[in-house]
Ligand binder design. Structure first.
Ligand SMILES: [Zn+2]
Length: 460
């Protein structure tokens, strides 16, 4: 395949160049390429971005009595429509069960179904002598080099500090990295009970039960635990200035903490919980949407290089699923759709409106997650020898985001009616034209499982 006349953008360069793809890989990047090709695409006026990497998604996740409404087929296909070619989903250990069984379950959900490429973080919900033994196998055999812990959701997912310390030690031994959902589970449970006792049932009590201090406390604590043992750490979906400031504080002792945020925390504020007719439920996720000043802090965090990754925590539930919590906000399944709209929203809001450089845009949406999670240079950049995962992005097209037109299996869109500038015109996955002007040319089973390299090999 030969892509002519486009502008190739990587995390470090912007160059007008043609790209010649042979098989699944980028073969040559250069000007005026004249190779014979079976397929020829004119990308005049378009950017060629590396395929987006969403480092945080939940397809087909059983959670809070139901399951997230996108499975690996619909979810990865929606991602491809929006220019995300690889997701890192989360495979969950069941408390009391093995990591291997958890992983097998997630392979069962994804193999033969995923349309786009995918990898897994392993969620350790129960760290004990048996799971300790399994960490090595996860890293060496399956290329799962990141392990997620929850500091909240007590009784379901939450682990205590002692387990976190044990996991830090074992994961580091094998060159991996621990990631964490930083919220103080006990503080959350106390505030939820208080609100329920007072008869506060509406969605707006969800954020009030998880104020910023809940997240800041857990952020500071996990940073300290990591520091004590000199372990690498990645904090998922940071939402607020108070938590970010904890990371700024620990940087004074020269500690490096990787921080991810999600599109919704950059673009929405907590007035969304006031939406009438139970509409606030659409935005019930944890941690919750914060205030405008928190958005600004996160944008500054990106500028400073503290926030390195923008993901989605894509975890959609349809409105009838959300209604399980109509009489009790704490029963609203936590999560929202987003995987399809991330690239366009970030291009429009960050590059067009805020003047972010194209290179930084590529970094936060693809290269940084690939680097931190051991997929670079195979994924996350456009380079000779890399997987030909390329988005042909038309910066002049406009689109209006809507549940009526999106491909995610969810009956609402978090950004309903938002007008964004820029649209993914074509998506190429491993050298195959996957999406052509809104038409899917590949189907289920095309997506490949990606084994990842160790954190210690790529970043230490
Ligand atoms: Zn999540």
């Amino acid at each position: 395949m030969l892509i002519k006349n486009g502008t190739v953008v990587t995390a470090s360069e912007t160059v007008k160049a043609d790209v010649y793809i042979e098989g699944e890989k980028v073969h040559t990047i250069g000007t005026d390429l004249q190779m014979k090709a079976d397929q020829w695409i004119d990308a005049k006026g378009c950017y060629l971005f590396p395929g987006g990497i969403d480092a945080h998604t939940h397809m087909d996740l059983p959670f809070m009595g139901t399951s997230s409404s996108d499975d690996f087929e619909t979810g990865t296909l929606a991602g491809l429509h929006g220019g995300t070619t690889t997701i890192i989903d989360l495979a969950f250990q069941k408390q009391g069960d093995t990591l291997q069984n958890g992983l097998n379950t997630w392979f069962g959900k994804s193999e033969g179904k995923a349309v786009g490429d995918y990898a897994f973080h392993m969620v350790v919900t129960d760290f004990n002598d048996q799971t300790r033994e399994e960490i090595k196998t996860m890293v060496e055999k399956f290329g799962i080099t990141s392990f997620k812990t929850f500091m909240a959701y007590k009784g379901a997912l939450m682990v205590d500090d002692r387990q976190i310390i044990g996991l830090f030690n074992e994961v580091e031994k094998h060159g991996g990295i621990v990631t964490t959902h930083a919220e103080n589970g006990d503080m959350v449970d106390t505030l939820v009970s208080e609100n329920r006792r007072k008869g506060n049932t509406a969605p707006k009590y969800h954020p009030l039960s998880r104020p910023p201090i809940v997240e800041a406390e857990a952020t500071g604590r996990i940073a300290d635990l990591a520091w004590e043992g000199k372990h690498p750490l990645y904090i998922v979906h940071m939402t607020c200035e108070d938590a970010l400031n904890r990371v700024r504080d620990v940087s004074k002792r020269n500690q490096k903490v990787h921080v991810e945020t999600c599109v919704q925390y950059l673009l929405l504020d907590d007035t969304c919980y006031e939406e009438p007719d139970f509409g606030g439920a659409k935005y019930v996720m944890s941690p919750p949407i914060r205030k405008k000043k928190d958005q600004e802090a996160l944008w500054k965090g990106i500028e400073q290089g503290i926030v390195e990754v923008v993901a989605t925590d894509h975890c959609p539930f349809c409105m009838d699923q959300k209604r399980a919590g109509e009489k009790d906000f704490s029963k609203i399944p936590n999560g929202a759709p987003g995987v399809e709209d991330r690239m366009a929203l970030m291009y429009s809001e960050a590059v067009v409106k805020r003047g972010m450089s194209l290179n930084k845009f590529v970094d936060i949406t693809a290269t940084a997650p690939a680097r931190i999670f051991g997929m670079l240079p195979k994924k996350g950049t456009i380079a000779v020898g890399a997987d030909a995962d390329i988005v042909i992005f038309d910066p002049n097209r406009e689109q209006t985001l809507s549940a009526k037109t999106h491909h995610m299996r969810c009956d609402y869109n978090t950004y309903e009616g938002w007008k964004v500038k820029g649209k993914c015109r074509q998506t190429i996955l491993r050298g195959t034209l996957a999406i052509d002007d809104g038409k899917a040319l590949i189907g289920k089973g095309f997506g490949k499982y990606i084994k990842r390299a160790k954190y210690a090999q790529t970043l230490n």
